[in-house]
Design a protein around this ligand. Structure first.
Ligand code: C2E
Ligand code: MG
Length: 349
């Protein structure tokens, strides 16, 4: 299967349709293999999905094979629903925060809440290893509701004790399913109310791909959020074409897909990347570069008009107690970036 996967990746690397070769595609392939002729096709698809999310987390344009020893063994996940509920009740789920910086002055602007599962047998499990399964089994609401509440609680604590700047925002990822949930705005409003937070401090992130096929229903739910004053960000932007909906959805932030950030430092696709920033600005949105792993990428993004940035070079996801330290104005000048201080010590998961 590895040979076939490599061939598929090669074949998909194009160029397609576009003879100049400026349009490139990448694929993330997840593979599940079984020798059992009676294997359940649905389970296999879930396993392939888990492997595919791992390929995405590993930087995309690669393949991963589901490994029952390394990934959640089906036996462990057999009663996934009750173990997830138990995990939430017993505090096994926790949230780390990846800081978001201004690319102009490197000040801390906000953070993205990213969920982790401290599993009693498997150690810290990354979202790629349980979010797809939670989505598949209709349990993602449990996770998203927990993360929303916890992120609001944490932000209220930081703001209340003056540990973060007064305009600090927290971003929470929303799964595709929630986008069309008519009770979404009400649930977000009650989380904000419970923790006494003004809506403008919260940013809801959805991926561009998750909007495909549900744009019209999503418009209602997201419109209600936007009317409340909650900010919206479109993640992994540039992979699909939702351009015509950008204005209607009242998105505040475009987070350009990580594979563009990979390319920018060597000049590839610079015009496409610059156009995304120009589109964002023309529509009154902030342009954000994510997955910044090198200084050259950060410099190129700033030079191309990007406003804010996030990535391992700047800071990895942090436990909440470590984030306020990044608010001090004495960030190392130029090169090092704030990551110089935080990367090795606080990485979680
Ligand atoms: P995302 O929204 O694109 O989140 C950013 C992911 O990129 C995070 O992975 C982060 O650790 C990783 N990342 C950040 N900087 C860099 C970098 O410089 N290089 C590389 N290679 N990766 C970087 P993480 O935490 O494993 O999350 C993966 C995905 O899982 C997220 O992608 C998001 O879609 C989803 N997710 C995380 N938390 C939640 C949640 O509470 N609810 C839902 N529905 N999805 C979540
Ligand atoms: Mg995100």
């Amino acid at each position: 299967v590895a040979v076939i996967a490599r061939r598929a990746l090669e074949a998909l690397s194009g160029p397609f349709l576009d003879p100049t070769g400026d349009l490139s595609f990448t694929a993330s392939i997840g593979i599940a293999v079984t020798a059992n002729p009676h294997a359940d096709a649905g389970e296999l698809l879930i396993q392939a999905d888990v492997a595919m999310y791992e390929a995405k987390s590993a930087g995309r344009n690669c393949f991963r094979i589901y490994d029952p020893d390394r990934h959640a063994p089906e036996a462990t996940w057999q009663d996934f629903g009750s173990s997830l509920r138990k995990a939430i009740e017993e505090g096994q789920l926790f949230v780390v925060y990846q800081p978001l910086f201004s690319l102009e002055d490197r000040s801390l602007r906000g953070a993205e809440a990213l969920v982790r599962w401290r599993h009693p047998q498997q150690g810290v499990v990354l979202p790629a290893d349980f979010i797809p399964l939670a989505e598949e089994r209709g349990l993602i609401d449990l996770v998203d509701t927990f993360v929303l509440d916890e992120a609001c609680r944490q932000l209220a604590e930081w703001l209340g004790t003056g540990q973060v700047p007064p305009d600090f925002t927290i971003a929470v990822n929303l799964s595709a399913r929630r986008l069309t949930d008519p009770s979404l705005a009400g649930r977000v409003a009650s989380a904000l109310e419970r923790h006494g937070l003004p809506p403008s401090h919260l940013c809801i992130e959805m991926t561009e791909a998750s909007l495909i096929g549900r744009l019209q229903d999503a418009e209602l739910a997201l419109g209600a959020l936007s009317q409340m004053g909650v900010r919206l960000a479109l993640d992994d932007f540039g992979t699909c074409s939702t351009l015509s909906y950008l204005r209607r959805l009242k998105v505040d932030m475009l987070k350009v897909d990580r594979h563009f950030v990979d390319q920018i430092a060597n000049g590839r696709n610079r015009d496409v990347i610059a156009s995304i920033a120009a589109i964002a600005h023309a529509l009154g949105m902030a342009a954000v570069g994510v997955g910044i792993e090198r200084e050259s990428q950060m410099v190129a993004l700033a030079a191309t008009g990007y406003d804010q940035g996030q990535g391992f070079f700047l800071a990895e996801p942090l436990l909440p107690e470590h984030l306020p330290a990044l608010c001090s104005p004495d960030l190392p000048p130029g090169g090092g970036g704030p990551a110089a201080r935080v990367r090795p010590r606080f990485r979680v998961g």
